[in-house]
Design a protein around this ligand. Structure first.
Ligand SMILES: NC(=O)c1ccc[n+]([C@@H]2O[C@H](COP(=O)([O-])OP(=O)(O)OC[C@H]3O[C@@H](n4cnc5c(N)ncnc54)[C@H](OP(=O)(O)O)[C@@H]3O)[C@@H](O)[C@H]2O)c1
Length: 265
């Protein structure tokens, strides 16, 4: 068995779990990481049984500053070569900006922002040595929208930042065989809204605006393996991204207020 692996952060639920299964179904060995060990263990065993690839896991809380180093050391000490890195772990803070404390925002920015940089930084040198690597950044449609003034004030801005980081990776490393793909889902049915205390709001979203996470994961893996720079799931989400990118910001804010009531008041 080869020692090349796809490493997926946040692979105990939702989009990350489905990406892990999608990659395993295409013959890639899998490294899982998240905080819930019982789930990681069960999922790794199931992947081995279902797809006949190797699957291992490392428990890490990406809100902790030493987590990227812990994950990287786990890979190098076991001689696992990460040729696919999926930065997916994420959540949202269901409070207004003035209601959070600094530590809460810093932890959030580590999981969705600086932890992504720290992990990517560690795995790029070996990708450069092999002149090959695929990096997926699971961002959001919110990356294109104006920042919200309601809950999770930093969610959209950090996703915009991640998209620009993906662009920078492509500019710097595409010529060296490494591509980065910004995956920008809209509303997707996962554990995200329950975990972030926002299930009530998600329940009010019309079903035509929601996608299932298996469809998102399959499209995301296709886009990453083809080396696409950005992928937005579904025609409606593509239209929203197009409008956000091309209409005046003031108009987008007015339109967003009616689509995501309360976020832009
Ligand atoms: N669902 C949507 O509507 C939607 C829309 C746009 C973008 N996204 C993005 O998609 C990505 C995946 O979200 P999802 O919808 O699949 O949510 P999910 O079902 O709640 O899964 C989130 C994953 O992230 C992990 N995670 C959360 N906090 C972590 C931490 N501190 N350290 C390590 N792992 C952590 C969770 O595992 P543990 O709890 O076991 O640690 C879980 O595996 C996120 O980046 C999110 O921003 C989601």
């Amino acid at each position: 068995m080869n020692n090349n692996y796809a490493l997926i952060t946040g692979s105990t639920a939702g989009i990350g779990l489905d990406i892990a299964q999608e990659l395993a179904s295409r013959g890639h060995n899998i490294l899982l990481t998240a905080r819930r060990e019982d789930r990681l263990k069960d999922i790794a065993e199931q992947i081995v049984a279902d797809f006949g690839v190797a699957a291992h896991y490392v428990v890490a809380d990406l809100g902790e500053i030493d987590a990227p180093g812990k994950i990287f050391d786990f890979c190098t000490s076991n001689n696992y070569v990460v040729d696919i890195l999926v930065n997916n772990a994420g959540y949202s803070i269901n409070k207004k900006f003035h209601e959070t404390d600094e530590a809460e925002e810093e932890k959030f920015l580590r999981v969705l922002g600086t932890g992504v940089i720290a992990l990517t930084k560690r795995f790029i040198p070996s990708m450069l040595d092999h002149k090959s690597g695929k990096i997926m950044l699971v961002s959001s449609l919110a990356a294109f929208a104006p920042p919200a003034t309601g809950w999770g004030a930093l969610y959209g801005p950090v996703k915009t930042f991640i998209n620009r980081f993906g662009d920078a990776l492509n500019l710097n490393y595409r010529a060296h065989g490494i591509t980065a793909t910004n995956v920008c889902p809209g509303f997707t049915v996962t554990e995200f809204h329950t975990a972030s205390g926002m299930q009530d709001a998600m329940d009010e979203v019309p079903s035509f605006m929601k996608k299932d996470s298996k469809t998102v994961a399959k499209g995301a893996v296709d886009a990453m393996l083809k080396g696409k720079t950005v992928w937005v799931p579904g025609l409606l989400n593509k239209l929203i991204a197009f409008l956000c990118n091309n209409l005046p910001t003031s108009l987008v804010i007015r339109m967003s207020s009616s689509l995501a009531g309360g976020r832009y008041e």
